[in-house]
Design a protein around this ligand. Structure first.
Ligand SMILES: NC(=O)c1ccc[n+]([C@@H]2O[C@H](COP(=O)([O-])OP(=O)(O)OC[C@H]3O[C@@H](n4cnc5c(N)ncnc54)[C@H](OP(=O)(O)O)[C@@H]3O)[C@@H](O)[C@H]2O)c1
Length: 329
């Protein structure tokens, strides 16, 4: 058995993590052994390795926050589960590992016909996209939403969910080469960021009132997005891909009475009753199985290539997510 572990944090994320062998753990009451099939490397995983994330596990730790696995062995009192069942790994459980022990009652069963790679990305980005669209502004069919980093996984899910609800999205990317991927994910309107963004947005939407802006970038990208919003609109920031604070000119912010809100899925996990969370995951997992929700995969790596995998995930201009498939050579 092997896992990708780290005992320190540092500015170069791939330098602190390495694959190591570990002994087969013993199963306690109500526990199962899981064989991990796939787990993504998200920006939050990279920030966890560099020590810049909002929640850091005690050291030493195993990398990885989400993923899917199959039940490989049942401990005493866990016979409600069957060997081979496909399950969502508990969030925050250190998922870059060939095997892990989990409490059976924390597991969510997944449709057996689902693609493990797609289901491995279910716990974090699809609910983020869904909740940001659902919980801040009461949007009606035909309304417009604008987002940046639209070629990210969250951006792609957001487009797919918005399309299914009859919402129009304006999708902002930072490079021409990202346009095709967003269009392939269903984003009809794609613009490259720039100082005149608000003018191009007004033209493209025929001056529609845009009441929701979704910002994953920060820095001056926040200001450029805010300038496209209607008076009284809400901008939700959920990421800092630029590494800079959200910058908002008071002239944009004050005169138009904009609201800036933050969104962190970790807060939703903390404050939402488990049955409500299960309901969201049941719905989203079915949509992944039906391919209504899908994210592009740039490359997959085995556990022994964890350093290369983390370096690839930390680099920009990818064509999709980096996944770890720990049990593939
Ligand atoms: N708050 C929450 O609860 C929550 C939940 C999930 C995700 N997130 C955040 O959402 C963001 C997207 O996550 P993801 O997994 O969807 O990402 P992803 O698929 O890995 O894509 C990363 C995105 O960031 C863009 N990017 C990278 N460096 C950038 C820079 N310096 N300036 C502007 N854009 C840059 C990339 O554009 P290029 O392709 O051009 O490099 C790409 O669009 C991340 O910030 C993540 O931490 C937050």
């Amino acid at each position: 058995m092997k896992r990708a572990a780290y005992a320190t944090r540092g500015p170069v994320p791939q330098d602190v993590i390495a694959a190591e062998e570990f002994e087969a753990p013993k199963l306690g009451e109500g526990q199962v052994l899981l064989e991990v099939m796939a787990a993504p490397i998200n920006p939050s995983d990279v920030l966890t390795l560099t020590g810049e994330y909002g929640m850091l596990p005690p050291l030493p730790a195993v990398g990885g926050n989400e993923g899917v696995g199959r039940v490989a062995k049942l401990g005493p009192g866990a016979d409600a589960w069957a060997i081979g069942e496909l399950v969502l790994l508990p969030i925050g459980s250190g998922t870059w590992t060939t095997h892990m022990v989990a409490d059976a009652q924390r597991l969510i069963a997944l449709p057996p016909q689902g693609d493990p790679r797609q289901l491995a990305m279910l716990s974090v980005n699809p609910p983020t996209a869904l909740l940001m669209l659902r919980d801040f502004v009461d949007l009606q069919e035909g309304d417009w939403v604008i987002q940046n980093a639209a070629n990210s996984a969250v951006g792609g899910y957001l487009v797919q969910i918005a399309n299914s609800r009859g919402l129009n999205t304006i999708n902002v990317v930072r490079r021409d080469s990202a346009i095709a991927g967003v269009k392939a994910a269903g984003g009809e309107h794609v613009l490259v960021d720039g100082d005149d963004l608000h003018k191009r947005v007004a033209e493209l939407s025929s001056g529609a009132k845009i009441m929701l802006g979704i910002d994953a970038v920060g820095g001056m990208a926040s200001e450029r997005l805010a300038r496209s919003l209607a008076p009284g609109a809400t901008m939700v920031n959920y990421g800092a891909m630029s590494g800079e604070p959200c910058m908002l000119n008071p002239g944009t912010f004050v005169f138009r009475d904009l609201r800036l809100r933050g969104f962190w899925l970790a807060n939703w996990f903390r404050t939402t009753p488990p049955e409500k969370q299960f309901k969201v995951f049941r719905e989203l997992s079915q949509q992944v199985v039906d391919r209504q929700l899908h994210a592009r995969v740039h490359a997959t790596y085995g556990i022994d290539q964890i350093k290369e995998a983390v370096a690839a995930a930390a680099a920009g201009e990818r064509d999709g997510k980096i996944l770890v498939e720990p049990n593939k050579g």
